[in-house]
Design a protein around this ligand. Structure first.
Ligand SMILES: *Cc1c(COP(=O)(O)O)cnc(C)c1O
Length: 217
């Protein structure tokens, strides 16, 4: 599966984040040996433990909800935080970035699904964040784009519309807040069940777990 998937994604210039949550280090190493370097985890503790026991050149992506009090554990090594959904969280990421003398790359997570439970900003909240004095003062975070999850549904038309909405949000933010920022270029959307739709709608990063590793417990 891995090689076929990678071939398609490479042809479209899309980055694969292999979502390894719940799977042991050996499974990560199997893909690592095939050349995969970007891995995604949704829990801080699990990511920290795996990172300590796996090769240093793995790029760890935090894709799940991040609590402010846990930022400090991942700040030394995290490659990209996909799930920034508040100014308060971003302030803590900036603070921890400063502590470790790193600039931490982040994506703003948007709520594009119909379900109530999913985390994420709406466009107004993002605009408030990006125009705040607090954000203007940050020196140790870099906003590299947006992330979103589509609804959990069989309705591919709906999924497509949600991805289109995220792409539109990205374009809007690019024009208004990041016109001269080449690093603002990522749209993280698409999982095992909907990555092809996401790719068609302009995804630059897909986060794929079960398709690569099998179903989780
Ligand atoms: C688990 C997870 C994924 C991967 O899900 P699969 O359906 O297994 O591909 C992607 N994104 C987030 C935020 C996740 O929590």
């Amino acid at each position: 599966m891995y090689n076929e998937l990678l071939k398609v994604l490479n042809a479209h210039g899309v980055t694969l984040v292999a979502v390894s949550k719940t799977h042991p280090a050996e499974r990560i190493l199997e893909l690592y040996q095939k050349g995969q370097r970007a891995f995604g985890e949704n829990r801080v503790q699990e990511m920290v433990e795996k990172a300590a026991n796996l090769p240093d050149d793995i790029e760890w992506h935090l894709i799940g909800h991040l609590q402010t009090n846990k930022v400090r554990y991942i700040a030394p090594f995290v490659h990209l935080i996909h799930s920034v959904d508040s100014l308060r969280l971003l302030e803590e990421i900036d603070k921890q970035g400063a502590k470790h003398n790193r600039i931490l790359d982040c994506l703003l997570q948007f709520h594009i699904a119909s379900e109530e439970t999913k985390y994420g900003l709406d466009e107004d909240e993002a605009a408030d964040l990006l125009t705040s004095d607090a954000f203007a003062a940050m020196r140790h975070v870099r906003i590299c784009g947006v992330m979103g999850m589509a609804s959990f549904t069989e309705d591919t038309h709906m999924i497509r519309q949600e991805f289109q909405a995220l792409k539109a949000i990205y374009e809007n933010l690019k024009i208004h807040f990041f016109p001269d920022a080449p690093h603002f270029r990522e749209i993280s959307m698409g999982m095992s069940s909907d990555w092809e739709i996401a790719m068609e709608e302009g995804s630059t990063i897909v986060r794929i777990g079960s398709l690569l590793f099998g179903t989780r417990q």
